[in-house]
Ligand binder design. Structure first.
Ligand code: BES
Ligand code: MN
Ligand code: MN
Length: 482
């Protein structure tokens, strides 16, 4: 066996299944992979809503059972919040211990499904429907992130079928709180550090460039999420009796929110841009060469023109510039018809996407100061933080990234593009800081997948390519020495 191989590396590698064999195995089992994804999607693991706590736990247990079936030791580990699914396989054969240890991260929880009336089919009853680019599966969590987690699980299934298990030591950490602040994640990682030790982390929770072009994301924006409530009079008031003579918290809040941006749509909070670097010329040129279409990106959401920081392209605005957005604002009478009232308080949920070296804690504090310094006498502001995470950049030149590129090339016939994303995955920063390793962000979503929206979907082509790619990438990692 492999007697002709000259080096130890190729000797070990020569007994591995080829990318073509892995792809054929994935394709053979794909109908069943889809059935299993449907089963996963049918469990409503909405992490933010305590009404779904039982289902969220059941979802973790479902995943544990799948992984045990593939020869992993797996458990739904207890945390201060929702269970963490942790699974481990030492890898098959005597060579496995010399190969890189891979940690996979993803999340089994999903966003709430509301507004329910806008779904064309019930969010937790997955259906496969024909779309303009072939079949797609429609359900909450289809792409974010259950479909992508199953991309990993089903790739491990192909390895199980062809080789009896993965070629490298593999650990999975699939969390149940990503969509609701990940409060258990860091304490869990500190406590389970030894079990989570690995050489590289692979995260599948981002997007492709387009349906035929894979991508590796190397920049994620950070996120500071603050809720602010302005309190004024001690009770709701008749707006005729008191209107014009006392501060109205809703008016005050609206004025303060409007002052957060200047005429060039830059954020006005003092120090906000501290640590925001300019893009290196080479990166800027690479982005310009991508051929990003504003018309397509904006047309898909019924817009004809971009809107944002003056003098920046849409890609810059979403990948490399910080933002401030109101995600919800309410106060006073919001029911049908009219009620003449000055409410005692008003609230806004304000989020900031961060880039480069912006300091989350500093920005949270500066926002508080910004609001407090603008309050009329007699009003007070109350703040609640829903998270503060810095932006992340991962190396574009690691040998693991090169291996991942090789695996993706075997599936797509072309190399992945290195891209940024506007979204945030707090775990990636924590994995860097606590476990000391970079993540490879290899995702298979598309911009029109309706993540966090009604009718979320995953193209079956993308699902199948996700499974093929994870199988092939693992084969490439196995060719490396630890
Ligand atoms: N998978 C997304 C992050 C994402 C979105 C990456 C779009 C690439 C493109 C993740 O589940 C998510 O929604 N993250 C949240 C942050 C979290 C703290 C709630 C986000 O970005 O809003
Ligand atoms: Mn996600
Ligand atoms: Mn999400």
């Amino acid at each position: 066996m492999a007697a002709t191989s000259s080096s130890a590396t190729s000797n070990a590698a020569s007994s591995l299944p080829t990318a073509a064999q892995l792809i054929a195995e994935v394709d053979r089992g794909f109908a069943q992979s889809t059935t299993r994804l449907s089963d996963f999607l049918r469990i409503p693991s909405v992490s933010t809503d305590p009404a779904f706590d039982g289902e969220t736990r059941r979802c973790a247990e479902w995943l544990v059972a799948e992984l045990r079936g593939l020869g992993f030791t797996a458990e739904a580990a207890k945390t201060i919040g929702h269970p963490m699914v942790v699974a481990h396989h030492p890898g098959v054969g005597p060579d496995a211990a010399a190969r890189p240890r891979i940690l996979y991260y993803g999340h089994y929880d999903v966003q709430p499904a509301d507004p329910l009336e806008l779904w064309t089919s019930p969010p937790f009853e997955p259906v496969i429907v024909e779309g303009p680019r072939g079949k797609r599966i429609v359900a909450r969590g289809a792409v974010d992130d259950k479909g992508q987690v199953m991309g990993i699980v089903e790739a491990l299934r192909a390895w199980h079928a062809l080789a009896g298990g993965p070629p490298c030591p593999v650990t999975l950490m699939i969390e149940g709180e990503e969509e609701s602040g990940s409060k258990s994640l860091e304490p869990f990682m500190h406590e389970a550090k030894a079990r989570l030790a690995a050489d590289v982390c692979v995260v599948s929770d981002t997007g492709m460039w387009d349906i035929t072009t894979p991508a590796i994301t190397t920049r994620l924006r950070g996120l500071v999420y603050m809720e602010v409530t302005i309190h004024g009079p001690t009770r709701d008031l008749h707006s005729g009796m008191y209107g014009g003579a006392v501060p109205n918290p809703a008016n005050v809040l609206a004025r303060i929110v409007s002052e957060l941006h200047d005429a060039d749509r830059r954020v006005t909070i003092p120090g906000f841009y501290d640590g925001v670097g300019e893009l290196p010329a080479a990166t800027k040129a690479q982005w310009e060469s991508l051929g990003f279409s504003d018309d397509e990106f904006l047309g898909d959401i019924g817009m004809t023109q971009g809107f944002g920081e003056k003098g920046r392209s849409t890609l810059e605005r979403t990948w490399s510039r910080p933002t401030c957005d109101v995600n919800g604002i309410f106060g006073g009478y919001t029911g049908k018809g009219a009620k003449t009232v000055i409410a005692a308080h008003a609230t806004a949920k304000v989020s900031f996407r961060l880039v480069s070296k912006q300091d989350p804690e500093k920005i949270a504090k500066a926002f508080e100061e910004f609001v407090r310094s603008r309050l009329p006498a007699g009003c007070r502001a109350e703040f609640e933080s829903h998270g503060a995470n810095p932006a992340i950049e991962v190396s574009e030149s690691s040998r693991y990234l090169a291996a991942a590129e090789g695996g993706l090339h075997a599936v797509f016939g072309k190399s992945p593009l290195l891209i940024g994303t506007g979204g945030s995955i707090p775990a990636v920063g924590a994995i860097q800081r606590i476990l000391g390793m970079d993540s490879l962000l290899v995702g298979f979503g598309l911009d029109d997948d309706c993540v966090h929206s009604p009718n979320e979907k995953f193209e079956l082509t993308c699902y199948q390519n996700a499974i093929r790619s994870h199988a092939a990438m693992l084969g490439e990692f196995a060719k490396l020495k630890r």
